[in-house]
Design a protein around this ligand. Structure first.
Ligand code: GDP
Length: 444
């Protein structure tokens, strides 16, 4: 996401590098390039205008600072302004003092509401909540069923009208859903509502009726980032028709331009709470304006990466593996465990994409292939625990068995084993050289 925008902005700002002083003409040129980059990314025109005029004004008035050179100062201004149009501070979900809290989802059909309901339930469960999903999309034939499926995947219960009860009344279902939550002590209710392909009055009225019936603590407007400029008009229609307290951007994985993300908050005045970037339950996160801005400017998103790593890795096991690595005692078992932890964080390309400078490595990142890791994993899994501890014992016939079992060639198995020996040798040498690790390693 934001690839083109990121490239263009970095390009515009790179032109300033190395300049001792910036003339007004320099700033005007850069501002023009930023303007084009934003418009190409589908950012709404009024948002672009405001952004550019603030950047220009601040850049021209900037005092020469000791810490930053002029180019860095402009980068900082652009970054600050990006953070500001994305909403400034991270806005957390507001829950009711007395459970159950009610979160209502509204948006067009296909925007990703049902998928989001599952993701939210999963996320809330991970934080110790007990969410209940309520199926109020009774328009789309399969919607209730779809919600039940994502609910199950998330390990959450879904409250739905009994089958065979005709079309049913979504307002009634919503009310009964809340009563059910109260009775069974669910602490958060997520209400999925119906969407249409386009904005229409009946849809708005139904959503507004449900809102009145359940008095949500949060009404989240769910918007598909891929719809580009239309996102702004749709957001305004929902703001006027139903009203909402926050925005969720979906399908950020598919959108190279990302203008919706940059416009919706500024145009509606409501904050972006979450962002979705894939179809799986875990492809979802709290939206942090500052992190998103630095990602757009190609400065990476190390904070998110670190947080994901903290969740994926068991600290103690990682420390043990590191200790073994420093003495060259790492086994393939340890290696497999660490690799699985890394992979829990998502596709390798996404992980690397969060590193600073990733924008410039786009082509290389596209080459990173999770399938190679799948093969590596399959090979190691095909070994017995004893073989993982000491691959030296894997003879020719075992290599063939492992290759057959994991669907690779014998030479791929040989390759893994040989590279493992090489890596272990290097680790041992380093341990010897730098004097860390066990005593036996330092003596050598
Ligand atoms: P609803 O009609 O608003 O309930 O939308 P759905 O939840 O049914 O989503 C519509 C389609 O978009 C489904 O095929 C989802 O799998 C897909 N989808 C939802 N969120 C995302 C996302 O963040 N990224 C991608 N790539 N697809 C998504």
């Amino acid at each position: 996401m934001f690839d083109t925008l990121s490239e263009r902005l970095s390009g515009a700002l790179a032109n300033l590098r190395g300049k001792g002083r910036l003339s007004d003409a320099d700033i005007d040129t850069t501002a023009r390039e930023i303007r084009i980059a934003l418009l190409e990314a589908d950012v709404a025109l009024p948002v672009v205008r405001g952004f550019i005029s603030r950047v220009k004004e601040r850049a021209k008035g900037a005092e020469v600072s000791g810490a930053l050179n002029p180019a860095q100062q402009v980068v900082k201004i652009v970054n600050d302004e990006l953070v500001s149009i994305l909403g400034g501070e991270t806005r957390r979900l507001r829950l009711a003092k007395e459970p159950p809290s009610v979160i209502m989802l509204a948006g067009l059909q296909g925007s990703g509401k049902t998928t989001l309901a599952g993701k939210l339930a999963h996320w809330l469960k991970n934080q110790g909540h007990t969410p209940l999903l309520v199926a109020c999309d009774l328009q789309r034939p399969n919607a209730v069923n779809q919600l039940q499926i994502v609910g199950e995947r998330a390990g959450a219960t879904t409250f739905a009208p009994e089958p065979g009860n005709g079309v049913g009344d979504p307002v009634d279902v919503a009310r009964r859903g809340i009563a059910h939550a109260r009775e069974k002590h669910y602490d958060i209710v997520i209400v999925d509502t119906a969407g249409r392909l386009g904005v229409d009055e009946e849809l708005m009225k139904q959503a507004a009726d449900i809102r009145d019936a359940v008095s949500p603590d949060e009404t989240l407007f769910v918007v598909d980032a891929m719809i580009g400029q239309d996102a702004v008009a749709t957001a305004e229609a929902f703001r006027d028709g139903v009203g909402f307290s926050g925005v969720v951007l979906t399908k950020l994985d598919g959108d190279a331009r990302g203008g919706a993300a940059l416009s919706v908050r500024e145009v509606t005045g409501e904050p972006i709470l979450f962002a979705s970037n894939g179809e799986k339950l875990a492809d979802f996160d709290v939206f942090h304006p500052d992190r998103m801005a630095s990602r757009i400017l190609g400065m990476g998103d190390l904070l998110t990466l670190i947080e994901q790593a903290e969740q994926a890795f068991d600290q103690e096991r990682t420390a043990q593996a590191a200790a073994k690595m420093s003495t060259g005692e790492l086994t393939l078992e340890d290696f497999l465990e660490q690799m699985l932890a890394v992979r829990k964080m998502g596709p390798i390309g996404n992980i690397l994409g969060m590193l600073p400078g990733a924008g410039q490595m786009k082509d290389a990142l596209a080459q990173v292939d999770d399938k190679q890791l799948d093969r590596l994993q399959a090979i190691i899994r095909g070994m017995t625990p004893a073989e993982r501890a000491d691959p030296k014992i894997i003879n020719g016939s075992r290599r063939l068995r492992i290759a057959n079992g994991s669907g690779v060639t014998v030479s791929e198995v040989n390759d893994v084993v040989n590279r493992f020996f090489e890596a272990r040798k290097v680790m041992k040498q380093m341990a010897g050289q730098f004097g860390f690790g066990s005593r036996s390693a330092t003596k050598k």
